[in-house]
Design a protein around this ligand. Structure first.
Ligand code: GRF
Length: 187
């Protein structure tokens, strides 16, 4: 694909979704190209993927949200970014950021939204003895995990399931769902 959409990925942690998007984006027909990775955590493991795949990377502290967003918007504008993916990014973006950026922003969440927004998803799902959980890719608005849903994948909860096993099995699905969702947005 000649005109891939210039994309930035925000991370805070392990970056396994980041790596899956990077790998997919190297396919000729995948609609986006990752031009920038931003982390608000200087120790995020995912930073290694920026180095591994030779993608420009920035760390900005998010202790002061205004400064963080201003720094991000500056870099994003400089690189003519037109699409933003949040992948394990642990901050809520302000209405002002979303409005100023103007283009689409998407996020992945490890539950079947609108159920189990927020943190400690797997723990709460198991406590409630749910039969299913899963993951959701959705557009981002300024309310937590609340934008329009793009795609979801349901995962059956096994007997004797632990938080760790559920997290791992859902994460495996996330790595397929996020690229599929990106394809579906730009089809
Ligand atoms: C994923 O479960 C994602 O759904 C959630 O945070 C986790 C991030 O994992 N938002 P990783 O950093 O992509 O490995």
């Amino acid at each position: 694909m000649v005109n891939k959409i210039k994309t930035c990925i925000f991370i805070s942690g392990d970056g396994s979704n980041l790596e899956s998007i990077i790998k997919n984006s190297r396919e000729y027909n995948f609609p986006i190209k990752i031009e920038l990775i931003i982390s608000n955590n200087p120790n995020a493991k995912g930073i290694i993927f920026a180095k591994k795949y030779n993608i420009p990377f920035k760390f900005f502290s998010s202790q002061n949200q205004n400064n963080f967003e201003r720094n991000c918007l500056f870099e994003i504008k400089k690189k003519k970014i037109k699409f933003l993916c949040l992948a394990g990014f642990m901050k809520i973006l302000s209405q002002n950021f979303i409005k100023t950026f103007r283009y689409k922003i998407v996020n992945i969440h490890p539950s079947l939204l609108p159920k189990y927004k927020g943190l400690n998803t797997h723990k709460r799902v198991l406590k409630d003895k749910e039969k299913y959980s899963g993951c959701t890719v959705h557009f981002v608005n300024s309310k937590l995990d609340s934008g329009k849903i793009i795609l979801q994948k349901k995962v059956l909860i096994y007997k004797n399931e632990t938080e760790k096993s559920l997290k791992q099995r859902i994460l495996k699905q996330e790595h397929k769902l996020y690229p599929q969702s990106i394809i579906s947005i730009f089809k």
